[in-house]
Design a protein around this ligand. Sequence first.
Ligand SMILES: Cc1ncc(COP(=O)(O)O)c(C=O)c1O
Length: 393
Amino acid sequence: MTKPDRIYFDNAATSWPKPEAVYQAVDDYQRRLGAPAGRAAYADALEVENLISGTRRALAQLIHAPQAEHIVFTCNGTDALNMALLGYVRPGDHVVTSVVEHNSVLRPLRFLRESRDVMVSYVECDIPGTVDPEDIRRALRPQTRLIALSHASNVTGALQPVEAISQIAREAGVALLVDAAQSIGHVEWDVRQVPVDFLAASGHKGLLGPLGTGFLYLRPEMAKDVLPSRFGGTGTQSENDTQPDALPHKFESGNLNVPGIVGLGAGVRFIAERGIDSLRQHEQALTAQLVEGLSEISGIQVYGPPHSEQRVGVTSFSVEGIEPQEMAILLDSAARIQVRSGLHCAPRMHEALGTIARGGTVRVSTGPFNTARQITTLLECLQELFAARNVST
Ligand SMILES: Cc1ncc(COP(=O)(O)O)c(C=O)c1O
């Protein structure tokens, strides 16, 4: 029997496949150039430096950042979040966050609570996973230094009202860190329209770059208040042993992940060419088809906002009588459909949804290369699994 084609629905973890241009860019760098960036004067090294600057500029354009130097390359979204949280929050400060957050926000905050006497308030969400901005306002205290919030939930896909939250942060004179891991590349981001102090993002999810890429955008006026957490060679000011103050070098020590960043540049250009609006329409159509189809299968409960404009292409569901893990294995073995199961590194979110005891949810997350036909196959497969189960019980 021939193996069925892989149907990959784990794009919220990392996107696959990548655009052809991403594979080509990585391959070209590895085979033809292979030199470090920003450290040498020979022509191939300068070409590499130009490629790195090109990705930086493409990211700055994507989010409408005024200066490309304020885009700092990181290993992933987690690294960018750690950079902002550990570098900006001081002992005795208060941070407002939410139960929606991923462990890449929750764990650094837990570390700050335990090691630096930082106080943290966790604002609740409603069942679709949306935070009320007024709850954020109410949680502010005189010692609040930062609001740290994800833009889109990696469990229900719910988009947070960042505009209102940005307004609240500005009125209160509190910094805002947005975790855009699940929204970048999926929805338009404009830091001039929605001012943020820090925007942390993965490069390997919605931006379609290789694993091992991410970035942190720092609002120009904020960078001086952030301490670096890594020190080392930057290829600049090599005559002294203090870390340079200028961005991006203040936060980019050691050799960069050049193959990853070059691939990320190709991913961002692919998105710019396709246009976020058209990618979003595709994602919304797939999500609407999926949510409607799941809602018609009895025994399945779907989580997340009812309207596709209130969410990204991340949908969680639970199945009566079947553990999420078992469901994921069944789908893979029946039709090579690859979904995520469990808590998705967001334990407080599952507590809020009431899904902790049943081992979390099954999560389907789409990307630009998923098709309506693949969603239909998933829905048909679920129906067949249900029918088989009903016959055997
Ligand atoms: C909401 C959210 N924040 C942060 C991260 C961490 O991103 P990365 O995998 O790039 O470290 C993830 C990853 O799934 C996420 O979903």
